[in-house]
Design a protein around this ligand. Structure first.
Ligand code: URA
Length: 245
């Protein structure tokens, strides 16, 4: 028999978003357990026998986990759908024959390119994006102007402006000229537009941003727009990084 699990974890594993987002669904009264509205966040669920519904639709953790990686092109949204009909990474997955109920793990801005995981595994997604699991994301950043050593030190120590605060990170200058600097930035968190905002606060504009690795996984075989399932080795590596195995 599988152990009982907290309702928020059950919902996250069913692909409904982070545990925090799932708690919000519970607070809004949209979740029922065996026909009764769930009011306590601490309630536990038996995944084998209990019936959980969100807005009247039965939900359950997917038994077969699918994990794909896309090298996201610029101009494509990293969301499931878009109310304005713009192209999303899930549209690309569908065009390439992956029609499962997938969602992107975290977000890359419209103009950002690079590595993005698509999965139906809510638990893996949650762990890859939660800063507590400290999964490294490596970015190649092209900045207009010459980035000074002082700015590199400031970026590495953590940036603070109003409520925007970043943890210490690794920064390496790859190439530096008067009108352009290429850098590698390794973050263990993923705040909205984090890289662009960190540089903007120091007075720089990011001209191009590409995510080139997750943990030590680089997916070098993927051209922009390519998508493929992770190999067993890669998937196990991601599960190790997030403490799932
Ligand atoms: N940081 C950003 O500013 N944008 C991204 O897309 C990813 C990280």
């Amino acid at each position: 028999m599988k152990p009982r699990i907290r309702i928020n974890r059950f919902l996250a594993c069913s692909g409904l978003g982070s545990r925090r987002k799932c708690e919000e669904l519970i607070r809004r009264g949209t979740v029922t357990l065996n026909g009764v509205i769930v009011e306590r966040l601490s309630i536990e669920v038996d995944p084998e026998t209990d019936e959980v519904k969100v807005d009247g639709q039965r939900v359950a953790p997917s038994s077969k986990s699918i994990v794909l990686v896309i090298n996201k092109p610029a101009g494509v949204l990293s969301t499931v759908t878009d109310s304005h009909g713009r192209r999303t990474v899930i549209d690309i997955a569908g065009e390439q024959g992956y029609r499962d109920r997938l969602f992107p793990v975290g977000r890359l801005d419209l103009d950002t390119t690079g590595i993005l995981i698509l999965t139906n595994d809510g638990n893996l997604a949650y762990r890859l994006t939660h800063p507590g699991f400290k999964v490294e994301k490596t970015y190649h950043v092209s900045v207009e102007n010459e980035v000074t050593d002082k700015s590199v030190t400031a970026l590495e120590s953590g940036i603070r402006k109003g409520s925007f605060e970043t943890q210490p990170c690794k920064v390496r200058i790859l190439k530096r000229r008067k009108n352009r600097t290429e850098l590698e930035v390794v973050l263990k968190e993923g705040k909205k537009r984090q890289v662009r905002r960190m540089f903007a606060i120091l007075g720089y504009r990011v001209a191009a941003l590409h995510r080139k690795a997750l943990g030590n996984l680089e997916f070098n075989d993927l051209n922009i727009g390519d998508i493929r399932p992770l190999t067993v080795k890669e998937e196990n590596r991601l599960r190790e990084l997030t403490g799932l195995i």
